[in-house]
Design a protein around this ligand. Structure first.
Ligand code: ATR
Length: 263
C-alpha cells in the first residue's frame, strides 16, 4: 500500500482499539478497487472525543471516519448533522468530513446487514423474523428489517423494557409491519438474527434455544469475532443456512464509499 500526500485518509475511532477490524476491511476494499485511500485505527478515550473531532475538522485530507464502541452514541453531539438512519437508531457508525470541515454522521449497520442478507440470497420481505438484542446494533438492524418489508418482526432482549421500547418505535415508523416484543417467542420463524454480543466469548450460551435454531431455515449473526460463532456452527451442523457477521461489514464498504463520496 502506497500512502502519499494525495491519499485520502480515513480513521476508525475506538476505545479500546484492539478489536477494530473495519480499518483492515476498508484498506482491502480500497486496494481491490485501486482507490487512493487509506484507513487507520485511532485509540480515542471517551473524554477526548471532542478534541479529536475538532482536529479532524482541521485536516483537509481526511475523507471521514468510522466510529465504534464506545463512541457510537456520544459522537452525535459533536456532529453538524446526522442522517435519518442515524436519528432513528440514535447511533452513528460513519462520519463524512465535508470540504468546509463540517461532519455528517450516518448509520450503515442496518442497511449493511440487510444488504449482506440479500447477498446471501435471503430477502427479508414478508418474512417472520425473531431478532434477539435491542442495543445500538439491534436498533439499526430492526429498523432496516422493517424498512426492507419484514412481515412479522419479533424483538427479544435480556432487558425486556428495551425490546418493548424498540418494538414500539419500529411499529410507529413502519405501520405495515407487524411488530412484537417477547422473550417467550416460539415461532415458527423464517429467520433468526442475533444482534447481541453473545457468541464473542467461548463460554457464552447460545443466544437462541437449540430447538429453535434447528427448526429455522436461516440464522444470521452480527458477531464478527470469532468469524464462526457457536450459533452459526450449530446452525450449519443442523443443515440451516447461515449469514455471518462479516457479511454486514463487507456490505457496508460500497455504502461507506458512496456516503463519503470516495471514488
Ligand atoms: P451494540 O452497540 O454492539 O449493539 P450494546 O448497545 O451494548 O452494543 O448492546 C448489546 C446487546 O447485547 C444488548 O441487547 C444486550 O442486552 P441488554 O440490553 O439486556 O443489556 C445484549 N447482551 C449483552 N450481553 C448479554 C448477555 N450476557 N446475555 C444476553 N444479552 C446480552
Amino acid at each position: 500500500m502506497r500512502i502519499t500526500g494525495k491519499t485520502g485518509i480515513m480513521f476508525v475511532l475506538a476505545h479500546p482499539v484492539g478489536h477494530v477490524r473495519a480499518s483492515a476491511v476498508l484498506n482491502e476494499y480500497f486496494q481491490a478497487r485501486g482507490l487512493d485511500f487509506a484507513a487507520a485505527p485511532l485509540q480515542v478515550a471517551p473524554e477526548d472525543l471532542g478534541i479529536v473531532l475538532d482536529g479532524i475538522r482541521a485536516m483537509s485530507n481526511v475523507a471521514g471516519f468510522g466510529v465504534t464502541i464506545p463512541h457510537k452514541i456520544a459522537v452525535i453531539r459533536h456532529l453538524d448533522a446526522i442522517t435519518e438512519e442515524a436519528r432513528r437508531c440514535g447511533a452513528v457508525n460513519f462520519v463524512r468530513r465535508e470540504a468546509d470541515g463540517n461532519l455528517i454522521g450516518t448509520n450503515l449497520d442496518g442497511v449493511g446487514f440487510v444488504t449482506g442478507l440479500r447477498a446471501a440470497g435471503v430477502g427479508p420481505a414478508g418474512k417472520s423474523i425473531l431478532q434477539l438484542g435491542a442495543g445500538g446494533a439491534g436498533r439499526a438492524v430492526a429498523f432496516a428489517l422493517a424498512a426492507a418489508g419484514a412481515g412479522v418482526l419479533t424483538i427479544a432482549n435480556r432487558d425486556g423494557t428495551k425490546a418493548r421500547e424498540l418494538a414500539r418505535a419500529v411499529a410507529t415508523g413502519f405501520p405495515t409491519v407487524e411488530v412484537h416484543a417477547g422473550n417467550a417467542a416460539r415461532g415458527p420463524f423464517d429467520l433468526l438474527v442475533n444482534t447481541t454480543s453473545l457468541g464473542m466469548k467461548p463460554d457464552d450460551p447460545l443466544p437462541f434455544d437449540l430447538e429453535l435454531v434447528e427448526h429455522t431455515p436461516v440464522i444470521a449473526d452480527i458477531v464478527m469475532t470469532p468469524p464462526e460463532t457457536k450459533l452459526l456452527a450449530t446452525a450449519s451442523r443442523a443443515g440451516r443456512a447461515v449469514v455471518p457477521g462479516r457479511a454486514m461489514l463487507d456490505a457496508q464498504m460500497d455504502l461507506v464509499a458512496k456516503f463519503l463520496k470516495i471514488h
